[in-house]
Structure formats: structure tokens, C-alpha cells
Design a protein around this ligand. Sequence first.
Ligand code: MRU
Length: 349
Amino acid sequence: MSGQKVKNIALSPDGSAVRIVDQTRLPGELVYLDLWERDAMVEAIVSLRVRGAPAIGIFAAWCVYVLAKSYPAEDFFARLDADCDALSASRRTAVNLARQTERMRARAYGMRGAAAADIAAALGREAEAIHREDIAMCRAIAQAGLDLLHPGDTVLTHCNAGPLATSEYGTGLGPLLLAAERGIDIRAYVDETRPLLQGARLTAWELMNAGVGCTLICDNMAALAMKQGRIQAVLAGCDRMAANGDAANKIGTSGAAIIAKHYGVPVYILLPSSTIDLACPTGADIPIEERDGEEIRSMWYASPMAPAGVKCWDPAFDVTDHELITAVVTEKGVLYPPYDVNLKKMFGQ
Ligand code: MRU
């Protein structure tokens, strides 16, 4: 498996569809899906076939391009609006999805009056730019994050913030992948990330693929690992960072950060600027997606392990309070508290 490189999102060779790796089939099978209809695209986002904050933004941008190519001139903008609205609303916590969809819509509206084919072509260039920008941002984040670590360190990862969740390198996993490329020994405890097991299924697969030494643990083992001094840093991605530095990420990130603070382990949140939402004052303003309780009740088990019909609450994200975050790693460099001041300084208009 070592060294296998996977392109998680691309145009199909004839340009008629967006091609994704179906992440729900990993690690057992590497299956590619070609999507050319809006409903199937929305389903892919909702079902987490394509997932991770930057990745769903990139995917939505390519979807808008593929869909726009077939709009008739007379109702180009009505079709564009309907498709952008549906894509944008398919998940609510990661700001990247709405942001990149709106960027595509604005690009088209900026060309109102031009031929439909010319607008569609411009949308193709815009999607490509969004994709390329993410690759560059992840590379810079990986380097900045690696600079915070030391050879011999072991980090805790949560959820999946690797190439599958972004473009290349990833955010939270970027420093580990870069270290492996350079022969620097940095290892990871990978927590499973209940209920959807993005850590066990995706992060462990990506790290093993890249030759990063990793050990899988259950989510509730992090405290013991930190107490025993096995972990030197927590690395996590982000789905939306509010103006005060509060960071929404996969459910369980906040718990890991609270434990880390107790044991004096630094918590680094790694994210591209496309994930920062300065219009959102604090974490309390970030919408939290809630998912089907079957993810907790019965998924992954040969037979359900909870009583049939038991009530479940399945929030997909939580918010790590800014006071728990040691540093925020972005493509423009590393930020320290006070985040309300420093985020505005670095990313405000
Ligand atoms: O529900 P998911 O799997 O899309 O959640 C993803 C995460 O929480 C990631 O950690 C986050 O998007 C950062 S990815 C670079």
C-alpha cells in the first residue's frame, strides 16, 4: 500500500463529470465515482462520499462548472441559482462549502450578458483556481505545522484532515506527511473518531500509505496516552473558525483539547484561510450539523449494539474554545492569542 497517491477530486477525462474517491468505501476498496447530476452531487456530500471542509468546497466548485456547461442561455442564471443553493445547503458547519459555491456564483454573475459558453468556461477556470489555491495553502500549512514539532514527537490526530479532506497534504496531517517525505521521525496516535470512524478508516489509511508510523486508539484512550507522556501535541483541522478563534471541528475535538490542556499538551488547529469566517463572531454562532442517530445506534455493527429505538443525539461537530488552542496554523503563518486581534490583523480586509 505504501506510497499510493490518490486524487480525491478531479474532472473526468472528458470533462463531463466530477470524479471523486468514494470515501465511504475506504479503506476496503478504492472506488471512483463520476457525478454529473445535481442530486447525485448533493447526495455525495450529505453521505460523506466526499468530505472534509476544504474538499467539499473544491468539489462544489467543480460541480457548478460541470452543471453550468449544459445550462441553456435563456435560463442560465435561474439554473445556476438553483444548483448553487442546493449544493451550498447540503452541509452547514464547514464554511468552505458555502464560500466556494458563492465564489462560483459571483464569478458567473460578474459576466452577465456574456455568452453561456464563455461563462461556463470562466467557471471552469475559477474551479481550477480554487483547487490550485488549496493545494498551495495545504503545502504552506504543512511546513508551518512541521516547524512546531520536533523529531521523535508523537502527535494525536482526530477525524481526518489529510489529503482526502482537502487536496494534497491536508491540514492536520500535513506536517506528518511532509515529515515522512523528509525522513523526519514523527509518529501519530490516530483516534478512531466515533461515530463515523474517519480516523480509523481514513487517517490510518492515509498515514500508513505515506509511511508515517501510527497507532490506532479508541477516542476514550487519549487521556491515558497524554497522562503517560505519549503525546507531544494535538493536531486537528477545522471546519469553521469564528472571529474570536473558536474552532468548529469534528465532534470530539473539543474533548481532546480539554484533556490536552489538563496535561499541558499543546493543541494546534491547522486550517486554510478559506475556513476562517470573520463574519461569525464566536463559536456559539456556528451552525452545528446533526445527523441520523443510526450512525450511533447500528452503523458498523453486524447487528445493532444499542436497544432498537433508543433515542440518539448525533451532533457531527463541536466547538473548541479559543482558550484551549495553543496556536492556529495557516498558510500565512502561525497565529497565537489573542486570536480576535490576530485573525483580524492577518485576514481582515
Ligand atoms: O464530517 P466530516 O468528515 O466532513 O468532518 C471533517 C472534519 O471535521 C475535519 O477534521 C475538518 O473538515 C478539517 S479537514 C481538513
